[in-house]
Write a protein that binds this ligand. Structure first.
Ligand SMILES: *Cc1c(COP(=O)(O)O)cnc(C)c1O
Length: 378
């Protein structure tokens, strides 16, 4: 194992911090890496910047937004939680009203991409609502299943704490919590009184500034993240986002061609990184997942909490291409049919194929396509 106190260790870490800032799209903020998962980044964001009893505004519309609310309550925050229908996302208008009515709100939380329901929310609109209400609260955004796969602009959207993890859009193995932190949040950390030690920003900053960590970092994961971030840059972030839209759109067309609908209630909410598919009445979503896993060796996501048994999920983020999505649709069709759904085998795959052929041949610039093909996942 490499020596994490060696004189050349910063040659790995300092450029990695710089690259991650490009992915979060922050020039003024800084990025922290913790040996943890996305949940650890949630906790680092809260514990470094808030005090027990602080009033915060959150919303709940899926298992991940639910768990962040639960954490905030357990850490002693005074949570105003807006519950909205699962299948929709951050209620921007309701946020604006709460912020206008209550100037004591210190923090606003938003789950950018709710992985449990396949819903993406508009973070720029949340920032606009905060500004319109004259709020000077900080903005906390869960980007675990969005950053690196769909557009994320930390500085432009005024995100103070951007939370991610290594294993989703960043395409590395699990085990790293990744956090983007604004100057405003760094300043708040200097006086915030919530207890923290392992996640303390100040300890991290003192070591990170010279390319080290306050304790042993997961060195293999840092190398893995270096490699996966390089892959994102070779393909180009805008091409990566375009690919995710295209893959997702094919899956959505496939789902609709089967006569099924998504958990996301309207196209406005559709996520380009995961589709939660509603199963027909009388069909158990958990059974679709079990059959998919055991019989067709495909891991679908199950329905969590309120949507347990009602949906199954097709993840389409990270290192995958059109053919991976066609395979997922083919497997889903078989598992659905076996679980008793009256669907026409092949209808979903055919609709996705038609869309992918069209979308890929519509790209006029073949030289560009060639370059893309060399970078995009095979
Ligand atoms: C996966 C996920 C998390 C939790 O991350 P872990 O790495 O499992 O701790 C949090 N939020 C969202 C939106 C996620 O998709």
């Amino acid at each position: 194992m490499q020596d994490h106190r060696a004189p050349d260790f910063p040659e790995l870490t300092l450029p990695l911090f710089a690259s991650l800032k490009k992915i979060f799209k922050t020039e003024t903020g800084r990025v922290f890496l913790y040996p943890a998962s996305g949940t650890g980044a949630w906790e680092a964001a809260i514990s470094n910047t808030l005090n027990r009893g602080d009033r915060v505004l959150m919303s709940r519309f899926g298992q991940f937004s639910h768990l962040w609310v639960d954490m905030a309550e357990r850490l002693g925050l005074d949570v105003i939680c807006v519950d909205v229908e699962w299948g929709t996302g951050v209620p921007v208008e309701a946020y604006r009203h709460h912020l206008e009515d209550d100037p004591t709100i210190k923090a606003v939380f938003a789950t950018h991409n709710e992985t449990a329901t396949g819903v993406t929310s508009d973070i720029a609109a949340v920032r606009q609502a905060m500004d319109a209400a004259g709020s000077d609260a900080m903005l906390y955004v869960d980007g675990v299943s969005s950053i690196g796969s769909i557009e994320f602009k930390q500085d432009e959207w005024g995100v103070d704490l951007a939370v991610s993890g290594s294993q989703k859009g960043l395409m590395a193995p699990p085990g790293l919590a990744v956090l983007g932190v604004s100057q405003k949040a760094l300043a708040a950390a200097e006086s915030a009184t919530m207890e923290r030690c392992y996640f303390d920003f100040a300890d991290m900053i003192a070591s990170n500034d010279v390319g080290y960590f306050p304790y042993t970092p997961p060195i293999p994961l840092l190398h893995g993240l270096r490699a996966s971030v390089d892959m994102l840059f070779v393909e180009g972030l805008s091409n990566v986002f375009e690919r995710h839209f295209r893959l997702a759109e094919g899956v959505r067309r496939g789902v609709h061609a089967l006569g099924l609908s998504l958990c996301a209630t309207a196209p406005y909410w559709y996520s380009d990184t995961v589709s939660a598919v509603r199963v027909p009445d009388g069909v158990d979503g958990a059974e679709v997942c079990r059959i998919g896993y055991h019989r067709y060796r495909t891991s679908f996501g199950g329905g969590l909490n309120k949507v347990a048994g009602k949906v199954f999920r097709i993840g389409h983020l990270g290192h995958l291409n059109e053919v991976s999505c066609l395979a997922a649709l083919a497997s889903a069709e078989m598992a659905l049919a076996d679980a008793g759904a009256g669907i026409e085998l092949g209808a979903g795959v055919a609709a996705a194929q038609a869309y992918y052929r069209q979308a890929l041949t519509d790209r006029q610039d073949l030289a560009d396509l060639d370059l893309l093909a060399s970078a995009a996942p095979r």
